[in-house]
Design a protein around this ligand. Structure first.
Ligand code: ATP
Length: 362
C-alpha cells in the first residue's frame, strides 16, 4: 500500500532546528501539500522523506516500513524537482524510458510503458523530439512522465511548477492533479504558492519556522484556521486581524470594543469560555456588509484607497484610531475615496483568537 508517514520528524542543522516534531500521514491516492513561507522547513521535510537529508530524530515510514537508514534509491519513491534535469542528447521518448533501464523489462514491455505514460501526459506526439524542441509546459510534463513511468511507491514534488509562467502553471495544476488522481499513490508536494496548494491538495500542512501549524482540507484551513498565523497566511486578500477587548458574551453575540467602538458581533459559542480579555478578531475582506449610516453594530471607517480587481473592488479603509481594514465588494458597489463606511462583519465568517493566538471554538 502506497503510504507515507512521518512521526516526530526533526532536523537540526547544528544548533538550528529546521523541522521540529513533524507528524504527517499521507494515504494512498492522497495529495498533501506542504505550504509555508520561505525557510519554514518544507524542502527539508521532503528531503528527509526522500532520503537526501538525514533525520536528526523521528521516524519516516513508507508503505509501512521504516526508511530512516535506507538510501534514496532503496525507498522506491519518485521525485520531481523545481530544476528538473532532462537529458539534452536524448529524445523525449528516451528521456521517459531512462528510469526503466534499471528494471528488468523486455524492450516491448518498456516501450509499452513509455507509450502509456506519454499518452497520459499528452507527450505521445512529441516522443521523437529533443528536449530543446519542446515547450516549457511539455518539459514539465516530461519531468512528471519520467517520475511516473517506473510505478514507484509514492511521489515527492518540490515546487514543480514554479518555473512556469502564470497561465501555464494554472493549466498544469489541473493536469497534474488529474494524473495523480488516477494513480492511487501517496504524494507530497512542496509549494509556497497557496493557490497551488488549495487547488491540488486533498489536505494541506501549513508550516511556520519548522513546525506544522495545521493540517486540513483546503476548505478547513480556509474556513477554520487553527491560529492567527494560518488565518493570515491563507486567503487573498489577507484576512483582517483586529485586536479588540472582549467585554461579554451572550446569546451567540460577543460584545467587544474594537477600534474604540462598542460593537456586538456574532461569535462561536466557544467564545463564552473566554473571560473579558484581549482577543484578536479575524474577518475576511469578503465577509463585510457595507451598511447604512444608522445601522447598529458596524465598524466605522473611511475609504482610503480603492483597487479595482475586475469583478470585485478592494477597498482599504481606515478606522478613526488608524487601523487598516481590507474590504472586498462587488464591482457594482461604487465607493469613493474619503467616503465613510459602516462595515458589518458576517458572524459566520468571523473568527475569534485568544491571547495565545489560537482559534476559539466550541
Ligand atoms: P523555500 O521555500 O525558501 O525553499 P523551505 O521552507 O523549503 O524554504 P528549507 O529549505 O527546508 O525551507 O530550509 C529550512 C531552514 O533550514 C532555512 O532556514 C534554511 O536556511 C535552513 N537550512 C536548510 N538547509 C540547510 C543546511 N544544509 N545547513 C544549514 N541550514 C540549512
Amino acid at each position: 500500500m502506497s503510504t507515507i508517514e512521518v512521526r516526530k520528524l526533526t532536523k537540526q542543522f547544528g544548533a538550528f532546528t529546521a523541522v521540529k516534531d513533524a507528524d504527517l500521514k499521507v494515504d494512498a491516492g492522497e495529495v498533501v501539500c506542504l505550504l509555508g513561507p520561505s525557510g519554514c522547513g518544507k524542502t527539508t521535510t521532503l528531503r528527509m522523506i526522500a532520503g537526501l537529508e538525514r533525520a536528526t530524530a523521528g521516524d519516516i515510514m513508507i508503505a509501512g516500513q521504516r526508511m530512516n537508514e535506507l538510501p534514496p534509491q532503496k525507498r522506491d519513491i519518485a521525485m520531481v524537482f523545481q530544476f528538473y534535469a532532462l537529458y539534452p542528447a536524448l529524445s523525449v521518448g528516451a528521456n521517459i524510458a531512462m528510469p526503466l533501464h534499471y528494471e528488468s523489462l523486455s524492450k516491448a514491455d518498456a516501450d509499452a510503458r513509455v507509450m502509456k505514460v506519454a499518452k497520459i501526459m499528452h507527450l505521445d506526439t512529441v516522443l521523437d523530439r529533443m528536449p530543446n524542441q519542446i515547450s516549457e509546459g511539455e518539459k514539465q510534463r516530461l519531468a512528471v512522465a519520467r517520475a511516473i513511468v517506473r510505478d514507484p511507491n509514492c511521489f515527492l514534488f518540490d515546487e514543480p511548477l514554479s518555473r512556469l509562467d502564470v497561465e501555464l502553471r494554472h493549466s498544469m495544476r489541473g493536469q497534474i492533479k488529474e494524473v495523480l488522481q488516477g494513480l492511487s499513490k501517496a504524494t507530497v508536494i512542496v509549494t509556497h504558492d497557496q493557490l497551488e496548494a488549495l487547488t491540488m491538495a486533498n489536505r494541506i500542512a501549513i508550516m511556520k519556522e519548522g513546525v506544522i501549524e495545521q493540517i486540513g482540507t483546503p476548505h478547513d484551513v480556509f474556513a477554520k484556521p487553527a491560529n492567527v498565523f494560518v488565518a493570515s497566511f491563507i486567503g487573498t486578500p489577507q484576512m483582517n486581524l483586529v485586536e479588540a477587548d472582549l467585554t461579554s458574551f451572550g446569546d451567540g453575540m460577543a460584545a467587544v470594543v474594537l477600534a474604540g467602538q462598542q460593537v456586538s458581533i456574532g461569535a462561536d459559542p466557544g467564545v463564552s469560555r473566554l473571560k473579558p480579555s484581549k482577543v484578536t478578531i479575524g474577518i475576511r475582506p469578503r465577509a463585510f456588509a457595507v451598511a447604512g449610516e444608522k445601522a447598529r453594530d458596524t465598524i466605522a471607517a473611511q475609504a482610503e484607497l480603492i483597487e479595482p480587481m475586475g469583478a470585485e473592488t478592494l477597498i482599504h479603509a481606515r478606522t478613526a484610531d488608524g487601523r487598516d481594514i481590507r474590504v472586498v465588494v462587488p464591482r457594482e458597489k461604487r465607493v469613493k475615496v474619503g467616503e465613510p463606511l459602516h462595515l458589518r462583519p458576517d458572524a459566520r465568517q468571523t473568527h475569534f483568537f485568544g491571547d495565545d493566538g489560537k482559534a476559539v471554538r466550541a
